[in-house]
Write a protein that binds this ligand. Structure first.
Ligand code: DP6
Length: 333
């Protein structure tokens, strides 16, 4: 098993940096239609199962990398203290690049990392996926590495598992892989588009989650009896999801995504102690969506490790969906 540094070295070795004055990159947030929950290697963020996501268009993170006198992290316009937890995470991530490239005998400038999320605060969308993806792409450009998408996805994954998917747009497939070193655990874009497919964000609570995805996954894998069935569920859901995307079968896509998300939450709730990310309002929205469907409105939902709900519907139904959920924020993709 590799450490994160060894993993980064494996990918970056042989690349000769040619440092630019400044580099900026944008990466979109993404929402998983087939979820990643559980790691086969928690150090390297290698997942137990494959996952599949769709990007959130212009919602995401823009990151700029440039040389400076000392390492500085600026988040949404605020210069962070060096000991700030986010700043430490960013600098540790940047060090993976610096250390690996240092081996290739280059100099090692201090950097200013400026990162801006345009995801509205409290939209219920995590910024870590787009954040680490944008940082990976900006570092690739800054060092003039010209890495391929697959390599970028492998490196972004060292920051956060879901970041691996944010390197690409559209439908993105993340392979769990089987290699203990994780070199086959990459993401790739799927060659299908579906402009009619819409995503709406409903914010139930903007509070930070009590249990991080990392800790929640560990607890679920270690203690939930339902988790034993999760890899098989993902396998069968993934086959349905790929069929749905290829055939543009919205009902199959929606039903599969909703079922997969709710099954993930069932696995979490069966953990010890139980892990419940829902608020009462989350439950109410789930009931409402299922009621509306019975009344004939084709609308489905998915929920990540938090109380906020993401609605899936077709463009032709947007007005009706907006009327039912006036607080919904439509994602422009
Ligand atoms: C429920 O990618 O945030 O959103 O790899 O520990 O950083 P780490 O976890 P993270 O987990 C995302 C979990 C999820 C499902 C998904 O996005 O696939």
């Amino acid at each position: 098993m590799l450490t994160k540094s060894e993993f980064a070295e494996r990918i970056l070795n042989g690349h000769t940096p040619s440092i630019k004055e400044k580099a900026t990159a944008f990466a979109p947030a993404n929402i998983a239609l087939i979820k990643y929950w559980g790691k086969r290697d928690s150090q390297l963020n290698l997942p137990v199962t494959d996952s599949l996501s769709i990007d959130l268009g212009n919602l995401g993170t823009e990151t700029t990398v440039e040389p400076s006198g000392s390492d500085i992290v600026i988040l949404n316009g605020n210069k962070l203290a060096p000991e700030d937890a986010f700043a430490v995470k960013v600098i540790n991530f940047v060090d993976l690049f610096r250390n690996a490239l240092n081996q290739a005998a280059t100099n090692r400038p201090a950097l200013t990392i400026t990162t801006n999320n345009n995801i509205p605060t409290g939209a219920g969308v995590a910024s870590s996926a787009s954040g680490f993806a944008a940082m990976t792409m900006a570092l690739d450009q800054f060092y003039g590495l010209g890495l391929a998408g697959r390599e970028l996805s492998l490196l972004a994954n060292l920051g956060s598992g879901s970041a691996s998917r944010s390197i690409f747009t559209g439908f993105v497939y993340r392979h769990a892989g089987t290699d203990p070193d994780g070199m086959d655990s990459y993401s790739e874009p799927l060659p299908y588009t579906w402009p009619e497919l819409k995503i709406g964000l409903i914010t139930v609570s903007a509070k930070a989650k009590q249990v991080s995805s990392r800790d929640g996954m560990e607890r679920t894998v270690a203690t939930s009896p339902l988790y034993k069935k999760w890899p098989d569920q993902v396998k069968s859901d993934m086959a349905k999801m790929l069929d749905a995307i290829k055939a543009k079968d919205f009902e199959l896509l929606g039903a599969t995504a909703e079922n997969n998300a709710l099954a993930m939450h069932e696995c979490m709730r069966a953990a010890t102690p139980p892990l419940n990310y829902f608020e009462p309002e989350t439950e109410a929205i789930i009931c409402k969506v299922q009621e509306l469907r019975k009344e004939g409105l084709p609308i489905y939902l998915t929920i990540d490790a938090g109380p906020n709900v993401k609605l899936l519907y077709l463009n032709k139904d947007e007005e009706k969906v907006k009327t039912e959920f006036p607080d919904m924020r439509v994602v422009n993709r």
